[in-house]
Design a binder for this molecule. Structure first.
Ligand code: C2O
Ligand code: CU
Length: 520
């Protein structure tokens, strides 16, 4: 193991990734952000200087942060944001995980303005064979800063009115709908003939789920959110916001170049603007040819899945067998959007809608527990309760927790749990049939960290709450989390109570005027 040092400067730039000039917020002038790459066991040190005009904070999506909860970077939960003109050092060790991850700002919606990038962890335990290794970030894209779009979305009388993307990009490249076809840059992957290539897909977008395919190539799925799986072959796959899939492409087809097609599932948006091009193209080339011919290949032509749901992973089997133990706790959650006070449409888990706390709830928990604050009683498992209208669900000891969520909303949501992977025991439309509870497959079901709940559907996930800390659980749609669709788990509070949160972490909280997100 070694220490890997990164030195980042966040700033605003003017750039035109798809041919239209806009302001992006970026790391070291790059869009998307730089690659973070390490071996399992390494310590990562990232010094961030915030040279932008708004606060920022970085979250390492899917990292366990075991023992370094305060490096999770979640504004209002584990951290205060880094104010403009200030620096902060993230430092943590990557343990017992490998594969495809990513990082992104966790301050309001600013991640979608350019503050995201891939985070790849290598390990001999991963055991995936390929000749090359590539990253393919797919994302929806807006021509405006998210801070300009958010207030209208959060204003009164705007139910179901998420800002609709202006287009889509692959690795930050694409062509805007009114731009000259192919005048922009398309993401191009030179994948030598006769070789096998690992393509690590990450949906780094704000809102849109994608269908992805590569003309004439059958793909072999080998990794899901950092979990190696038995190879599973498919022609097309669906990837929701924050999910990752590694696929092996074997370059054994006759032509020299092929289209990579990533299509936003636009019919799942409330309205589809007429000029929206939901598909973004990339190019897969077996060999570089100077005559720059574009591919002439056709898509698979199979019927599109019309429903707005997850890739069906019920047949996907993790290569390292881990069966789910019997649950100790069943927590029932209901997710929805509701119009409440001031005719604001807010996202809810049960009766709570999140707003980032000024003092991160982790710090509240540490202080509260050590000072025997009454809102953090140390009696057994409490029902959900509120701290400043947010839900913190407390789990004492190491318990196996079932989360059964019913979605009463007409949209789907990619739900993400910080600090853990969970087993996906089931997901579907309508209501969970409780009579099947005892017969669910608990023998090595898929584990992952981001799962889609269908519109008016349900999911049942299970995790062993053995990683102490304050962990966010939220919809990963940038707009929805800012509308309040976030709750928190406080796990092993007795350990949390013994923590000394480092002074420089708390120090960031000394600039309250700079801290608040775009929320109301
Ligand atoms: Cu990928 Cu709470 O984040
Ligand atoms: Cu959502």
């Amino acid at each position: 193991p070694t220490t890997r040092n990164y030195n980042w400067t966040v700033s605003e730039i003017e750039a035109a990734p798809d041919g239209i000039l806009r302001t992006l917020i970026v790391i070291d002038g790059q869009f998307p952000g730089p690659l973070v790459e390490c071996n399992e066991g390494d310590t990562i040190v990232i010094d961030v200087y915030n040279g932008a005009t708004n606060s920022t904070s970085f979250h390492w999506h899917g990292q366990y942060q075991n023992g370094t909860n305060w490096m999770d970077g979640t504004t209002g939960v584990t951290n205060c944001p880094i104010p403009p003109g200030k620096s902060f050092r993230y430092k943590f060790t990557v343990r017992e995980q490998w594969g495809t991850y990513w990082y992104h700002a966790h301050f309001s919606t600013s991640r979608i303005d350019g503050l995201f990038g891939p985070f790849i962890i290598h390990s001999p335990k991963e055991n995936i064979q390929s000749d090359t290794d590539r990253i393919v970030m797919v994302h929806d894209y807006y021509h405006n800063l998210s801070a300009a779009l958010l207030p209208r979305y959060l204003a009164s009388d705007n139910e179901n009115d998420e800002p609709v993307p202006d287009g889509a990009l692959i690795n930050g490249m694409g062509v805007c709908s009114t731009c000259e076809p192919f005048s922009g840059k398309l993401a191009t992957f030179d994948l030598n003939k006769g070789k096998t290539h690992r393509l690590r897909f990450i949906n780094v977008g704000a809102f849109a789920e994608f269908d992805v395919e590569i003309d004439q190539h059958e793909l072999s799925l080998v990794e899901v959110d950092g979990v190696v799986v038995e190879p599973y072959s498919l022609h097309r796959f669906r990837i929701n916001v924050a999910q990752r899939y590694s696929l092996i492409l074997y370059a054994n087809q006759p032509a020299d170049s092929y289209w990579l097609r990533a299509r936003m599932i636009a019919h799942c948006f409330a309205d589809i603007p007429e000029d929206l091009k939901p598909e973004v193209l990339g190019i897969v080339r077996y060999k570089y040819t100077s005559n720059e011919g574009l591919p002439t290949t056709k898509g698979w032509g199979e019927a599109m899945e019309l429903e707005c749901k997850d890739l069906n992973t019920s047949e996907i089997v993790p290569a390292i067998v881990m069966s789910a133990p019997e649950p100790d706790v069943l927590l029932y959650l209901r997710s929805n959007f509701e119009i409440g006070a001031y005719r604001l449409s807010r996202g809810f888990f049960n009766k709570t809608s999140w707003r980032p706390a000024e003092v991160p709830t982790l710090v509240q928990a540490v202080d509260g527990l050590t000072k025997a604050n009454r809102s953090f009683s140390s009696e057994g498992i409490l029902p959900a309760y509120d701290i400043n209208r947010q839900m913190v669900y407390r789990i004492d000891g190491i318990k196996t927790v079932d989360l059964l969520i019913d979605n009463f909303d007409d949209g789907n949501h990619p739900f993400h749990l910080h600090g853990y992977k969970f087993w996906v025991l089931g997901q579907g439309r309508g209501y969970f049939d409780k009579s099947t509870y005892a017969t669910l497959n608990t023998t090595n079901p898929l584990r992952r960290d981001t799962v889609t709940i269908e519109a008016y559907g349900w999911i049942l996930i299970r995790f062993v709450a053995d990683n102490p800390g304050m962990w966010a659980f939220h919809c990963h749609i940038a707009w929805h989390v800012e509308a309040g669709m976030l709750m928190q788990f406080l796990t092993q509070p007795d350990i949390v109570a013994s923590w000394q949160v480092p002074e420089d972490v708390r120090g960031c909280c000394a600039h309250p005027e700079d801290q608040r997100g775009g929320g109301i």
